[in-house]
Design a protein around this ligand. Sequence first.
Ligand SMILES: *Cc1c(COP(=O)(O)O)cnc(C)c1O
Length: 425
Amino acid sequence: MDKRPFVTLEQLQAIDREYPTPYHLYDEAGLRKNVEALLDAFSWNPGFREYFAVKAEPNPFILKIFQEYDCGCDCSSLTELMLADALGFDGEHIMFSSNDTTVEEYAFAQKVGAQINFDDITMIDFYEQEIGPLPELVCCRYNPGGYFTLGNDIMDNPGDSKYGFTPEQMKEGYRILRDKGVKEFGIHSFLASNTVTNEYYPMLAKRLFKFAREVSAELGIRFKFINLSGGIGIPYYPEQDANDIKVIGDGVRKMYEEILVPAGMGDAAIYTELGRFMTGPFGCLVTKAIHEKHIHKEYIGVDACAANLMRPAMYGAYHHITVMGKEDAPCDHTYDVTGSLCENNDKFAIDRKLPKIDMGDFLVIHDTGAHGFAMGYNYNGKLRSSELLLKTDGSVQLIRRAETPKDYFATFDYCDILKDMDWDA
Ligand SMILES: *Cc1c(COP(=O)(O)O)cnc(C)c1O
């Protein structure tokens, strides 16, 4: 498929008068259309709720958009919990799916009444000793081990993943929780990441529903919800087809009606914790070509770097690039597109066929809306960029300002050196 940016060259030129590159830009219309399609696909389940995985794009303005649709937040840390709480999400709208959790994180989760998703059986004792009585509702994270396969394809390797309880520990854990007076239960599992197939969620649902049915029958406990977590992927490559969320929702419904309804579990709510699917395609990193270099290969240096988007450097991830204004020009040049870090893996693209790039050209790096800005860091003293929202009416709103050197040095605010700093540099 032809991958086109959601923004035009003329819009970027207009934005450039106010906000310098690099920046991450988000598409409000696309975000809204997508969340509406998700809610429609699961509208057959009265209790359905999406808890947006905050770590994918922890921006209050984006969370506010999802809040309009009664979505919740899936949090993994103290600061994510603080953000959700500050935005007015109540406990029913916060899922705390953490691992290797600290006392202070559980204490805050308890204070705001978040739903606790235990990652390990030892967390039951840990919680009771450090925090106090268990909540009335507890969720446990399931890790069946082995490989997760669809047909002949290995999708992921839960046996090698640090998350969750083993199947035996799940039963033991629920029994302990029941005997300690916990009233309602949830079950959660995340078996494969970035799946670009309509089969993943229905297959996960099948396993999780069967397991929940078995546990419920054995222990006489009631599952309030079944949390299918994240993992629905997006087409980063132009030749990939996007998932069809309607087909996915129908596939989950089929399993629900086959497995849960006959077992008298037809009141269980389906929850999701999607991150990538919710924001990934609706964000892009906008950067300018500032240098070209002809040595053993052809290099284009841009004003963004891996500190703004780590996925290519970290996972060798593919992100499609559009040279703006040259959408229909022949891709007759081969470039490495690089950032400025003193790390040779700071390359947004390697041996990529692109149209001839001129200095000052805008490059749109696609699909940075999830795990993009969020994974940013300050290596080489690089500052985090701004984030902008392209609103449905075509206007642009600053939803996070760019960092300044003052932000970078803020953790030295107890030192003398700050008073001699030249802030106008
Ligand atoms: C990362 C994460 C998600 C979101 O995953 P995506 O692949 O972005 O959909 C959901 N739940 C948990 C517990 C996670 O760690």
